[in-house]
Design a protein around this ligand. Sequence first.
Ligand SMILES: Nc1ncnc2c1ncn2[C@@H]1O[C@H](COP(=O)(O)OP(=O)(O)OP(=O)(O)O)[C@@H](O)[C@H]1O
Ligand SMILES: [Mg+2]
Length: 273
Amino acid sequence: MAAMNMSEEQKARVSGMMKTWERRKKISGRLDQIKNRVAVYSGKGGVGKTTVAVNFAAYLASQGASVGILDADIDCPNADKVLGVNRRPEYNDGTLIPAERAGVKIVSMAYFQEDEEEAIIWRGPMITNALNQFLEITEWGELDYLIVDMPPGTSDAPLTVMQILQLTGFVVVTTPQRLAGLDAKRSINMVRKMNIPILGIAENMSGGVFGTGGGEDLAKEMNAPFLGALSVSAAYMDETQLPSLHDTNIRDEYGTLSEKTVKQLEKLQTESN
Ligand SMILES: Nc1ncnc2c1ncn2[C@@H]1O[C@H](COP(=O)(O)OP(=O)(O)OP(=O)(O)O)[C@@H](O)[C@H]1O
Ligand SMILES: [Mg+2]
């Protein structure tokens, strides 16, 4: 009887291992179709991660790249709103087909929320499960870039996301103020501890009352490339348009950001060959 139990137990364990292996294989297969997985990250909330992630993605797509956004900000997923997508992805036969606008495909953690206003407080294992499931079932197709809108800070949530996504590198967003720089430093150190490259630092909300220069100073101090300044602008208040496509100045700023980021990605690629 005991032997029988053992063997049932063993069978269950083997079957569990097979399932995990199958899942990993499926996820690797999906991730292999994506050339670059670039996370947009900051130490502090509200510095413009989502704005930068979405406008950066839209700019890259406007230049002919195939681009997706994964909104991995579990606590406050809103990248689909900023992109201006109000449809959910299609779920067909076990596959999730991302919604799309301006040539950018998007899948958001918001789709796990029943009620939009509901706060999400997820522990690490639940985030792991949800993200794995996303990666397993989402049909991105071939992508040049998957831009990941990260949760802010250095807590459980961003760590879990970093571990699962096998990220190529990070674009760190900061604002001109010194306090934002301090938080950004902390997050850069965390990324480096995880051995993921920092592609560079962008200074958002640059100019006007916030001043300018904090991002470039931080880049020098942290020995990271400076990806450029993104001006504070009223154009971001118009929810119907994407400023990186429709505002001449902002388009130029995103042109610089994209050019510098792509250069870093190419450098990484050459180094790894
Ligand atoms: N360069 C800018 N000029 C003017 N407003 C901006 C700029 N960048 C972002 N904003 C505005 O600032 C607010 C916060 O931006 P956003 O939601 O992108 O920040 P976030 O870092 O993603 O925040 P969270 O940590 O909550 O996810 C938004 O209302 C956005 O429109
Ligand atoms: Mg955000």
